[in-house]
Design a protein around this ligand. Sequence first.
Ligand code: UT7
Length: 331
Amino acid sequence: MNKIRAAITSVGHYVPETVLTNKDMEKLVETHDEWIVSRTGIKERRILTNGEPISFMAVEAINMLLERRGIKADELDLILVGTVTPDMFFPSTACIIQEKIGATKAWGFDVLAACSGFIFTMVAGMQFIESGMYKKVLIVGADKMSSITNYKDRNTCVLFGDGAGCVLLEPSEDPGYGIMDNIMRVDGKGGKYLNMLGGGSLNPPSHDTVDKNWHYVYQDGKIVFKDAVKGMADISVEIMQKNNLKAEDIAYLVPHQANMRILTACADRMGLPHDKVMVNIHKYGNTTAATIPLCLSEYWAEGKIKKGDNLVLASFGAGYTWGSILVKWAY
Ligand code: UT7
């Protein structure tokens, strides 16, 4: 029996209009444009200032995706949302999006995997296509990091921004194209280096958790940096070797955008020239679950991705969670 393979058949994205530049950051904390650019590659980030939650950004991104594919929301079977900043703990943002876009026939749920939220969600969604159960699965990565960022903490506030991206998965017309392979990992030992301690059942919200800044992102940047370089590079090289791919066979590395130095280190280990790395960190910073679909949607719109291109999607983040996906672009 021929294998059904899932393929990306449309992409969409949204970023808010409000720009927070490094000069703006200099007014908030003791920092400099030069430090931020040289240590992270970030020049500015977008912030959602209209009081809306992530479902607002997700709906904008989804509308772009649906229009590009020429389909209506009521044709969707499943909506999966990777995020660490859902509209609220429950109901899930998948339910909120389902109602907002009128996806009358779809069900869905949220996936919590931090910076790897998009790739974990994509691998989860892919199963419903490969099993033959569904024909149209929507994968969303969206985060409003400004809602959990402490703008008094220079170690973290310069890093993050808001945004949303999405891809549509459908059965590939030709099984030679689509999602070819994936390698996914978690290691809970990394949890103490990157987290948000407050608000869950361990530390329910209280005056004390607010006073301790436990409703903001905490990161031990140095340790996470080292682990991210190794984790993302190892798993990207592993998927190349597993599939007998050389650097010249790969059109793009599509990495989670946490730090420009992590992206280039990963490309170097893969033997890829830096112009084969998708980058938009300079414009948007780290938008957590949104970085990878944001890159895909922008590069596709600029005509830079072609049918048959081999892409390696790779990510590393809180958990720790990390992984790589090999995609042969299908359209
Ligand atoms: O997306 C999930 C995964 N996350 C990541 O992969 C992020 C991983 N970590 C990083 O990207 C980097 O570690 C950071 C960008 C967060 C920090 O860069 P770094 O080169 O590791 O800097 P550092 O933490 O070693 O700090 C160097 C110095 C310190 O000063 P001292 O102690 O040497 O005097 C910091 O206090 O830079 C200082 N510093 C800053 N200075 C100006 C830290 N943040 C800032 C800042 N502006 N915003």
